[in-house]
Design a protein around this ligand. Structure first.
Ligand code: F6R
Length: 252
């Protein structure tokens, strides 16, 4: 493992950061589509990318981008959860992005939180295989948990981990619980792309906004690679950029 340098871009706030990042993401996607037929991309859910989604929809309306040749692979999903459950990441992505753009349904590859326990392994393997068969992810966008998780790769995850079912940490559960109305319904497990899957992407962007992310962003940038902070694994990749605001970057 080599500790390579993470590039950083700092914006005044999440609104301006999302707006500028959305434009550069569209440029990145269009560059990929100039060179090959499809662009494989993965974007997180959660609070961090909500303005990014709005900006992408605006850019689509202004005809700066078409999503027809984008192949989307989702990063993670609760387990078990129905894809129609309003708390599911499937529902979230449909509501906040897919229903507003021209991405064909067949291009959307979602981890299925509704799958029978016995079929999880084969589901995860075929998800991985599809990415590989299509030449690998071109662009991976990430958020970061306050404990340094990326996707649902919680502290302790290994650098060579693949797409799999994981336990959600107590720390993450306590944060997620604020978003679930019925606390008895919070799933304790999730399906997530693995660290290896994420690192095999050609380019990686990690977004973090606000003061609550400043400590983990500081630690990720300053610490050596450690399994206790999965985001530090990103230092093993050649092309990673952290997109920050002045609050989340205050400890770098
Ligand atoms: C969700 C995901 C998670 C989130 C992280 C931060 O798809 O990949 O790793 O990015 O938990 O969540 P927010 O953005 O809600 O602070």
């Amino acid at each position: 493992m080599v500790n390579k340098k993470i590039k950083t871009k700092v914006y005044p706030n999440s609104k301006s950061g999302s707006k500028i990042f959305a434009k550069s993401l569209v440029n990145e996607i269009n560059e990929v589509l100039f060179k090959k037929k499809y662009c494989l991309i993965s974007i997180p859910t959660g609070n961090t990318p909500t303005d990014l989604y709005k900006e992408l929809i605006e850019l689509y309306k202004k005809k700066k981008i078409s999503f027809k040749n984008i192949l989307f692979f989702n990063l993670d999903e609760f387990y078990p959860i129905s894809k129609d459950d309003i708390q599911s990441y499937n529902y979230y992505l449909n509501e906040k992005l897919f229903n507003h753009i021209d991405i064909p349904k067949k291009n959307i590859n979602m981890l299925n939180g509704d799958i029978n326990e016995n079929n999880i392994n084969s589901h995860c393997i075929s998800f991985e295989d599809k990415i590989k068969r299509l030449g690998g992810l071109d662009i991976q966008v990430l958020g970061i948990g306050q404990n340094g998780h990326i996707g649902f790769n919680e502290p302790g995850s290994l650098i060579d981990s693949k797409t799999r079912k994981v336990n959600i940490s107590d720390h993450s559960l306590s944060i997620i619980s604020n978003e679930f109305n019925n606390k008895n319904e919070i799933p304790k497990e999730a399906l997530t792309m693995g660290v290896d899957t994420i690192l095999s992407s050609n380019k990686i962007f990690l977004l973090a906004w606000g003061k609550t992310k400043s400590t983990i962003i500081g630690k990720t940038i300053k610490n050596k690679i450690t399994k206790n902070i999965p985001a530090t694994y990103l230092k093993n990749h050649n092309d990673v950029t952290f997109i920050l605001d002045k609050y989340s970057s205050s400890k770098i």
